[in-house]
Design a protein around this ligand. Structure first.
Ligand code: ZN
Ligand code: ZN
Length: 164
């Protein structure tokens, strides 16, 4: 969505509501396309004593495989979007301000950028997920696998020595 912000930049106190949904269903995460539900973007763009800001929240729900055990898991994603918008900038390298050219604000671009920057680095079904056995592939959250019973051959020799 592109919003024309000319009126907001020119009137102190003015606030424009933002309430729409963004389709990210073609975006990938890893090898998945988990954004089956639209991303709800809610908030406002407002002019407070001559400073124009966006203050919004982008939220959606995804089902994504746990990084450790691969079980499909539900995650709620809520990303805060806060930026100061300016129509001219002195220092191009200042990330605090977002340059809006000709008052046209492409909201989708910034929502997508903030959304992907804020995604968790790991998706886990639970903090203490035990993952899969790297030998037999069993999901260790469902109980131990048989592999653990195998004794290291060096230890087997040692236990024989101790027995005799
Ligand atoms: Zn897991
Ligand atoms: Zn195993």
């Amino acid at each position: 969505m592109v919003i024309n912000l000319e009126s907001v930049f020119n009137s102190e106190g003015l606030s424009l509501p933002v309430d729409y949904s963004l389709d990210l269903s073609s975006e990938t995460l890893g090898s998945e396309k988990p954004f089956v539900y639209p991303v709800a973007v809610k908030g406002r763009v407002f002019n407070h004593t001559g400073i124009v800001e966006i203050e919004a929240e982008a939220s959606t729900h995804i089902i994504y495989p746990c990084d450790r055990c691969t079980a499909p898991t539900d995650f709620d994603l809520d990303v805060k979007i806060n930026h100061i918008l300016v129509t001219s900038i002195n220092d191009e390298n200042n990330d605090d301000f977002m340059l809006i050219k000709s008052y046209m604000f492409n909201l989708d671009e910034i929502v997508i950028e903030d959304f992907f920057l804020s995604l968790p680095s790991k998706f886990l079904c639970s903090e203490d997920c035990k993952g899969l056995c790297f030998k037999c592939g069993k999901n260790l959250n469902e109980g131990p696998c048989e592999c653990k019973k195998e004794i290291d051959p060096r230890l087997a020799v040692l236990s024989q020595l101790l027995d005799s």
